[in-house]
Design a binder for this molecule. Structure first.
Ligand code: Z5A
Length: 207
């Protein structure tokens, strides 16, 4: 099972990297699907809109927010991730459960261990074999996102600094799975680093 996830703060370059990796793997005649969270299914994209749209009259509590991310994930696993892995496809996913652990567990103060425990009912054994964490100073990351900020992006620099702290803590907790790449490097240098990790995993998984 080759399930690879990409994590990082805002503007870390996940989407840019994941597309290059998809092309790299497809050129090797491997079957790959690229998907994202929140999203990836019709239902989950609706939940994404609900979560990210800035609507002044709707307030979402941290616990409700976590439940929505998990609802989106449950459907995504059932409809997309599990079927693709069963067909031996490589699944590349832009954000997954680590985002819930860091954003809701650490930054929203619901607790890292509490979110790991609560989400395990949804995630079951769909644990990525590799997670590439793109580490970026939030000031640089936010400056790269030049569109209008969504509900979570607009939370301010202190929140985004906490996100970075959370991901670094999580990497220390799961050093075998989560690999950090310095995202202040050029797009090409990041791609090269990522490919080293991915080729390694493919060697293990396909041998
Ligand atoms: N969230 C959560 O709270 N809980 C959860 O469980 C989950 C998610 C799953 C989803 O937003 C939000 O939901 C997210 C976490 C939260 N919080 N926020 N905000 P999203 O999916 O819409 O946004 P994102 O994941 O943060 O994506 P992003 O901001 O678009 O960033 P990115 O995909 O990492 O970056 P990019 O689009 O590849 O690059 C951004 C720009 O930087 C672009 O112009 C690139 O050309 C440029 N770029 C990329 N790499 C480089 C390098 N190396 N140098 C210079 N410029 C670069």
């Amino acid at each position: 099972m080759t399930f690879i996830t990409f994590e990082g703060g805002e503007g870390a370059g996940k989407t840019t990297l994941i597309e290059k990796i998809k092309t790299y793997l497809t050129n090797k005649n491997l079957q790959v699907i690229l998907t994202r969270e929140p999203g990836g299914t019709v239902f989950s994209e609706h939940v994404r809109d609900l979560l990210l749209e800035e609507k002044k009259d709707i307030k979402i509590s941290s616990k409700a927010e976590l439940c929505l991310f998990l609802a989106s994930r449950a459907q995504h696993i059932k409809e997309v991730i599990n079927p693709a892995l069963k067909e031996n496809k490589i699944v590349l996913c832009d954000r997954f459960n680590d985002s819930s652990i860091v954003y809701q567990g650490f930054a929203r103060n619901l607790g890292i261990d509490e979110v790991i425990k609560f989400s395990s009912f949804i995630v079951e054994d769909f644990i990525p074999c590799l997670t590439l964490y793109l580490d970026i100073d939030p000031k640089i990351g936010l400056s790269r996102v030049n569109t209008k900020y969504d509900r979570i992006e607009s939370l301010g620099l202190e929140f985004h600094k906490k996100i970075r702290e959370g991901f670094l803590l999580l990497q220390e907790k799961f050093p075998n799975r989560i690999k950090t790449i310095d995202s202040s490097l050029s797009k090409e240098a990041i791609f090269k680093k990522a490919i080293e990790y991915i080729d390694d995993i493919l060697k293990k998984n396909l041998s």
